[in-house]
Design a protein around this ligand. Structure first.
Ligand code: PEP
Ligand code: MN
Length: 349
C-alpha cells in the first residue's frame, strides 16, 4: 500500500500512521518530499485495510498495489481455472466454449421444457438452464415453481444428458437444490448478498456468479472472492450487462470489454449472457459472438418453445426455430475463431 499524507499533515499525524503500521507488522518506509509525505507499507492487508488507514487524520489517499481479490487473482494463480463435469464437459482454459440455454423460468408444462432441452441437445449445447426461484422486480410477477421446477429440470436432464443450471436465492434452499442441479447460479441481484455467497462457498458445486446491475469489475471479483474464501474454487463469472444511462434500445449495457479485463486479472472462467445483457432477441447472436471473440468461455442464452406466452423474459427469448439457426451459426463461428481463442488464452497467462 502507498499512503499519501495531506500537504499540511503534521509530524505527529505521520508518525501515528507509521506506528500503527509497524504495530501491525508492516514493513514501512517513508519519504518526505517538498509537498507530501508518502508512506510505503508492505504487509498483510487482511488485518489492516486501506479503508482503515484512510480514516487516520492527515491521510490524503491510500493506494493499493496488489488487487484485493487474492484467490481469484491471476497473480496468485497464473493458469486458467478449468471446471470439469461428470460427463467430461469442461469450462475455461481455452476449451470449446459451452452453451447454457433454456427458459428464463421453468413453467408448468414439462413437455415444453423437454422440447426446449431436446432442441438444445440437438444443437450441441451442454447445459439446460431454467429458473425455479425467480428474483422479480415486482411481487406480482411470476416467482417460480420452486422444487417442482427443479424436478422438471432433472427429468429433462435425464432424458437428454444435459447438465442443469438453476438460480439459488436463499441459502436455506441449498441442501434441497444440490440434489437437482449441476451448477448453482447466483443472480445479478444477489452478487453482494454476502451470506448467500458464503453459503454457496461452502458447497462442493460449481457456481455461476452473475455481474450485479451496478457492479464494478473489482466488486464483481471480490464477490467471487467471498465464495472462494469459503473453500469453493469453482466459480464461473457471467457478464450480463450493467445499468447505465441509456436504456432506450437495450435492457442493459453489455460490457464486452469486461471479459478480457477479467481474464487479465483473474484465472476464473467467464461466460457471456447476451439475453439479459441486451434484452433484445435480435442482439443475442451478434453479442454472443462478440463475447466469444473477446474470450468468453461460454454463452448463456434464453430460449423458449412459446416466447409469446412465457411467464418471464419472453421478449428476449429465442423461439426454437430461431435458436436452431442462431446456435448453428454460433457453433460454426466457434470453429472459425478456435485458433484465435487459443492464442488469446495462451497470451493472457
Ligand atoms: C436469469 O438468468 O434468468 C436472471 C434472472 O439473470 P440476472 O440475474 O442476470 O438478471
Ligand atoms: Mn431471465
Amino acid at each position: 500500500m502507498i499512503i499519501i499524507m495531506e500537504r499540511n499533515a503534521t509530524k505527529v499525524q505521520i508518525q501515528r500512521v507509521i506506528d500503527f503500521l509497524k504495530d501491525n507488522d508492516f514493513q514501512v518506509r517513508h519519504n518526505t518530499g517538498e509537498v507530501h509525505t508518502v508512506i510505503d507499507a508492505l504487509g498483510d492487508k487482511t488485518t489492516i485495510t486501506p479503508g482503515r488507514l484512510a480514516a487516520f487524520e492527515g491521510v490524503k489517499e491510500v493506494k493499493i498495489i496488489r488487487e484485493p481479490f487474492r484467490l481469484a487473482s491471476r497473480d496468485r494463480k497464473p493458469e486458467d481455472t478449468v471446471i470439469e463435469f461428470k460427463n467430461g464437459v469442461k469450462i475455461g482454459g481455452g476449451n470449446k466454449p459451452v452453451a447454457i440455454v433454456g427458459p428464463c423460468s421453468v413453467e408448468a408444462d414439462y413437455e415444453g421444457l423437454l422440447e426446449i432441452a431436446t432442441a438444445a441437445k440437438e444443437m450441441g449445447c451442454e447445459f439446460l438452464r431454467g429458473g425455479a426461484f425467480k428474483p422479480r422486480t415486482s411481487p406480482y410477477d411470476f416467482q417460480g415453481y420452486g422444487e417442482k421446477a427443479l424436478q422438471f429440470l432433472k427429468r429433462a436432464s435425464e432424458a437428454t444428458g444435459l447438465l442443469v443450471v438453476s438460480e439459488v436465492m436463499d441459502a436455506s434452499d441449498l441442501p434441497m437444490m444440490l440434489d437437482y442441479v449441476d451448477v448453482l447460479q447466483v443472480g445479478a441481484r444477489n452478487v453482494q448478498n454476502f451470506k448467500l455467497l458464503h453459503a454457496v462457498g461452502k458447497c462442493n458445486k460449481p457456481v455461476i456468479l452473475k455481474r450485479g446491475l451496478a457492479s464494478t469489475i473489482r466488486e464483481f471479483l471480490l464477490a467471487a472472492e467471498h465464495i472462494m474464501y469459503q473453500g469453493n474454487m469453482q466459480v464461473i463469472l457471467c457478464e450480463r450487462g450493467i445499468r447505465s444511462f441509456d436504456s432506450a434500445f437495450t435492457r442493459n449495457v453489455m460490457d464486452i470489454a469486461s471479459i478480457p479485463v477479467i481474464k487479465k486479472y483473474s484465472h476464473l472462467p467467464v461466460i457471456v449472457d447476451p439475453s439479459h445483457g441486451t434484452g433484445q432477441r435480435y442482439l443475442i447472436e451478434p453479442m454472443a459472438k462478440a463475447g466469444l471473440v473477446v474470450g468468453a468461455d461460454g454463452v448463456m442464452i434464453e430460449i423458449h418453445n412459446d416466447p409469446e406466452n412465457a411467464l418471464s423474459d419472453g421478449k428476449q427469448s429465442l423461439p426454437l426455430p430461431m435458436f436452431r439457426e442462431v446456435m448453428g451459426r454460433i457453433n460454426k463461428f466457434n470453429e472459425l475463431i478456435k485458433e484465435d481463442r487459443q492464442h488469446q488464452a495462451a497470451n493472457t497467462i
